[in-house]
Write a protein that binds this ligand. Structure first.
Ligand code: URA
Length: 204
């Protein structure tokens, strides 16, 4: 059972809503047949408290910005790279990501999105797309194994540090909007596309 998962050590430090140490194993939320999937890093305290993903400060900020461009749980699936809260909300380790990969792969296969928007460096590098998020945000990558497009952008936790007028917030909104548009209309005008082939199914 997923909520009894012991694939990594995070269950030992993850308090569930019942006040017990166990895997939170919060799966994604939204439309399971969506053409757009938004992939974030992991859950925080508020998500654990409520037993739902994307309800803490970063999640609410993400929802505010996604709603402003027409992305909702009706047309999008939202999920996380890692399903348990990490201690002090540190980025998940490669071992934890590896352990949780099976769940994510299952979700991506089931949703079968046309576009995945990856939030932040850790999530983007899961698809072997490297380079630093400020450089690669807004670029288009074809993921051959799943046959979808990956569009990296900032993590909302980073965007939160800026004022509403800041360039980073404008670019974040622009990337979300671009992801939605491509998921609806495909790639219309020629874009510099980077192809890559995962060397094994485990990399996707
Ligand atoms: N809420 C989540 O579920 N994931 C994030 O990355 C941020 C907020």
């Amino acid at each position: 059972m997923e909520n009894k998962c012991t694939k990594c050590e995070l269950w030992k430090t993850s308090l569930t809503i019942n006040g017990l140490y166990s895997c939170n194993c919060l799966k994604g939320t939204g439309n399971p047949n969506a053409d757009l999937l938004i992939l974030s890093e992991g859950i925080g305290d508020e998500e654990v408290k409520q037993g739902k993903p994307f309800v803490g400060p970063s999640g609410l900020l993400l929802r505010r910005y996604t709603q402003s461009v027409g992305i909702s749980e009706e047309n999008t699936y939202f999920t996380n790279l890692v399903r348990c809260k990490t201690p002090e909300n540190r980025p998940p380790t490669p071992k934890e990501i590896e352990a949780c990969k099976e769940y994510l792969e299952r979700e991506i296969t089931r949703v079968n999105p046309k576009v995945i928007i990856t939030l932040g460096n850790t999530v983007t590098s899961f698809f072997n797309i490297m380079g630093g998020i400020t450089t690669i945000r807004g670029t288009i990558h074809k993921e051959v194994t799943h046959g979808c497009i990956i569009l990296p952008t900032y993590h909302p936790r980073y965007v939160m540090n800026f004022t509403n007028e800041a360039k980073q917030k404008r670019l974040f909104i622009q990337d979300l909007s671009k992801g939605l548009q491509i998921s609806k209309e495909g790639l219309k005008k020629p874009e510099p596309v980077k192809y890559f082939i995962a060397s094994s199914v485990e990399q996707v």
